[in-house]
Design a protein around this ligand. Structure first.
Ligand SMILES: Cc1cc2nc3c(=O)[nH]c(=O)nc-3n(C[C@H](O)[C@H](O)[C@H](O)COP(=O)(O)O)c2cc1C
Length: 362
């Protein structure tokens, strides 16, 4: 048994927050298996003006404080998104605040943006070792901030020089009022302020693409409104989706009533439907990252066919271990070739209509 498999087995026996901390420490020490991300040509693509070696990324929330991204890069993923980072360091909610629903292979979390803060993260990000791995930085706001819009603007200013792309997180359910920023009026104000400071700042030499991360609990009408605003401003893409505050009746895990955001397979159908609705509303004008319940090549491929140019996951890697990215990429390669597509981008959105109209069991 390798040391990483051994550590993974131990971590699975610990409570989920301790397991998370242990994993981050191990990664920081460089205890990680190494899988190549340099896949077959069918998996490589150009999105947001960057070349991705494969479409699979690690979603935000795993490397919250940008401590371990240099090692995560080695797991065979095409990109890593660190954060959510806030301007000031923040302890987050009281423990326990993350729960495994083993029977559902799911997680409920209400961490509440615990992170070391952007100043600390900026120092770490500036020590980035491997420029070949694409790095996204996900930004949010401190709890009860009286100045959410200027906080986002400042966070963006700090993170931009060090990120290949920035995700503006307006969809975590564990920061009071955050999801309200998805409403048309507030979103227009937020993006207007970002655009003004970001794109009109003459000193800014590099402006990485800006993505918006949205919730799976939006209605189709709300999604269409967000897309319209995104297309009017300089948003380069959308990440669909964050965790859900809904609880499918089929959930079995006895922690299912814990408050917080639900992730993993029970989120798959809902988030894929919302992804497809977003794809159709965008009419292909901006690329999407599909996230929510991906745990296999088949589910990753379904996201792509529903409209995702890139795919992320988090929950599944905590259940399945570090080899997951490699096995999904191997499987995706076969699925794409079996369908006679030249590459991953040829499959994007071909099932969007099916997914957008799909009845979801709740
Ligand atoms: C424990 C945990 C913490 C998370 N923290 C964040 C976060 O800080 N910022 C964010 O944008 N998303 C966060 N997420 C959401 C994930 O990035 C992802 O959108 C969601 O979990 C759905 O993907 P999954 O089913 O593959 O986990 C978190 C998810 C989990 C499970």
């Amino acid at each position: 048994m390798t040391i990483t498999n051994f550590l993974f087995k131990i971590a699975r026996k610990l409570d989920p927050e301790r397991a998370h901390l242990l994993t981050i420490q191990a990664l920081k020490l460089g205890i990680t298996p190494r899988y190549s991300n340099n896949s077959d040509e069918v998996l490589t693509s150009e999105v947001f003006g960057m070349k991705f070696q494969n479409p699979m990324g690690l979603a935000a929330g795993f490397d919250k404080s940008a401590e371990a991204f240099n090692s995560i890069d080695k797991l065979g993923c095409g990109f890593v998104e660190v954060g959510t980072l806030t301007l000031k360091p923040q302890a987050g909610n009281e423990r326990p605040r993350v729960f495994r629903l083993e029977e559902d292979q799911a997680i409920i979390n209400r961490y509440g943006f615990n992170n070391d803060g952007l100043s600390c993260a900026v120092k770490r990000l500036s020590k980035r070792k491997n420029p070949a791995g694409i790095l996204g930085v996900n930004i949010g706001i401190n709890k009860n901030s009286p100045t959410p819009i200027s906080d986002y603007v400042e966070a963006l200013r700090l993170a931009s020089p060090l990120a290949d792309y920035i995700t503006i997180n307006i969809s975590s359910p564990n920061t009071p009022g955050l999801r309200d920023l998805q409403s048309s009026e507030k979103l227009e104000k937020l993006l207007g302020a970002i655009e003004k400071s970001y794109f009109e700042n003459e000193g800014q030499t590099f402006t990485p693409p800006i993505l918006l991360k949205i919730a799976p609990d939006l209605t189709e009408k709300e999604i269409k409104e967000i897309v319209q605003i995104a297309l009017k401003t300089s948003v380069s893409g959308l990440v669909v989706s964050n965790t859900t505050v809904t609880r499918p009746t089929l959930l079995k895990g006895y922690k299912k009533t814990e408050p917080g955001g639900l992730s993993g397979p029970p989120l798959f159908e809902l988030s894929t439907k919302k992804l497809a609705q977003t794809y159709l509303a965008c009419k292909g004008k901006i690329p999407l990252i599909g996230v929510g319940g991906v745990d296999s090549a088949e589910t990753a491929y379904a996201k792509i066919r529903a409209g995702a140019s890139l795919v992320q996951l988090y929950t599944a890697v905590t259940y399945r271990g570090p080899r997951l990215f490699k096995s999904i990429n191997d499987g995706l390669d076969l699925l794409i070739k079996n369908d006679n597509f030249r590459n991953v981008q040829d499959a994007v959105g071909i099932d969007a209509k099916y997914w957008a109209d799909k009845k979801i069991l709740d």
